[in-house]
Design a protein around this ligand. Structure first.
Ligand code: ATP
Ligand code: MG
Length: 386
């Protein structure tokens, strides 16, 4: 039996008030839903635009009760929402993705176990959670990257280590919390795939995305992926679908992949939500990753998104607001004079270096044109070429 869908006019709830929540809220509102956001920050990007903002901590009982009272179904925009909060909500309302799926993506060790179960290769790694395991670590994993098992993002909670002494120092520096040590792999490319799976098991996806990171933070996404062969793209898409299937996942899932210099594909990590690398879909596809999130949450039909424009996405970090030591607004008027520019700012008031303030999507009829405009926009903003 197909569960009845939740139709426009109902209120959809979201745990977390960041930019991903904001774009979910905007997609839901476009379709005629009311929206409620739970986030303790009174100026959170999603809280500012939602119909209802519940400004409490994720584990606040009254806050959770209010969110449930308001919402016909609840999603999350942030994988570090405490699993307990999603369990509480899930006992009373449809919650997608489920607490179990989010718990897997919250923990790098659980995530790697899931990759193995799904037959998806990942980087060689070891769990380091005791001094004994630290001492016994296989030297073949060095040089490597030590990553905290939980709570890392944008390259935070990671240390590159060359040898055993550096590894021991890094584990200490990270507070001796459970970590995974991954072998440092020779990367030729980074790709990601956004898939959506419905409660009835339908799976659709966005085209494969090619990502460039700077200092551990996503900087540029290009779609179509200029440097990945069709065979590699198919492999990535199949792996992402297999992961969604193996978790009986409901919602939007993004899987990040590395392509190694010998051409092998390995999974890096996954996010139980829309992803920064899928933002281009708002402007470059007829169904965005956020609309997919609305459709999976409400049980509306999943239709394969069609990319109608070549797209390049540039992340806008807080650094752009700081030139020559003083705070200045970036030259938006000059950027907006270029063709096919879509400016997205998240309503964050303070521009700290490294903070994701917004993104720019450049769309065009061809990838060559989209890239050319993106390079012009990057030059105007003082961003490096790619
Ligand atoms: P985010 O949540 O922003 O995606 P994160 O903090 O969870 O990032 P990772 O995705 O694990 O971090 O790593 C960030 C980047 O560091 C990767 O996209 C890649 O460029 C590089 N990196 C991570 N692990 C490895 C590895 N084992 N070998 C080589 N490079 C790596
Ligand atoms: Mg990552």
């Amino acid at each position: 039996m197909t569960p009845r869908s939740i139709l426009p006019g109902a209120t959809l709830g979201v745990m977390g008030g960041g930019q991903l929540g904001r774009m979910f809220v905007q997609a839901a509102q476009e379709m005629g839903y009311f929206t409620a956001v739970l986030d303790d920050d009174p100026t959170s990007p999603a809280g500012l635009v939602a119909h209802y903002h519940i400004a409490t901590d994720y584990l606040d009982e009254q806050g959770l009760a209010q969110l449930m009272q308001r919402s016909a179904a609840i999603t999350t925009e942030f994988e570090n929402v405490p699993a307990g909060a999603l369990v509480t909500l899930g006992a009373h309302r449809p919650v997608a993705p489920t607490a179990d799926a989010v718990a897997v993506c919250q923990d790098r060790a659980a995530e790697k176990a899931q990759f193995r179960r799904s037959g998806v290769p990942c980087a060689p790694f070891a769990l380091i959670d005791t001094p004994e395991r630290l001492a016994a670590v296989d030297g073949a994993l060095l040089p490597g990257i030590l990553k905290t098992a939980r709570l890392g993002y944008d390259g935070k909670g990671q240390v590159r280590v060359a040898d055993r002494a550096a590894l021991a120092a890094a584990w200490h520096q990270l507070g001796n919390v459970p970590c995974v040590l991954e072998q440092l792999l020779p990367l030729a490319l980074e790709l990601s795939v956004v898939v959506a799976r419905s409660a009835s098991g339908d799976v659709v996806r966005l085209p494969v995305q090619q990502n460039l990171h700077r200092d551990g933070i996503l900087a540029v996404t290009q779609v179509p992926a200029p440097d990945a062969t069709p065979a590699l793209q198919q492999q990535a898409a199949d792996a992402a679908a297999a992961l969604a299937e193996s978790m009986a996942y409901v919602g939007v899932l993004c899987v990040e992949f590395f392509i190694l210099s010998d051409g092998r594909l390995v999974a890096n990590e996954m996010a139980p939500r829309p992803h920064n690398s899928g933002h281009w879909s708002i402007d470059g596809a007829d169904i965005s990753q956020f609309e997919l999130q609305v459709r999976t949450l409400t049980g509306l039909p999943l239709v394969a998104p069609r990319q109608h424009s070549a797209a390049v996405m540039l992340n806008l970090l807080g650094d752009l607001w700081w030139r020559d030591g003083t705070e200045k607004t970036p030259p938006w008027a000059a950027v907006l004079a270029l063709p096919g520019v879509h400016l997205h700012l998240y309503g964050k008031t303070s521009a700290r270096p490294g903070r994701k303030m917004g993104h720019l999507t450049l769309t065009a009829a061809t990838p060559v044109e989209a890239r050319a405009t993106a390079l012009q926009a990057a030059a105007l903003l003082g961003l490096p070429a790619f």
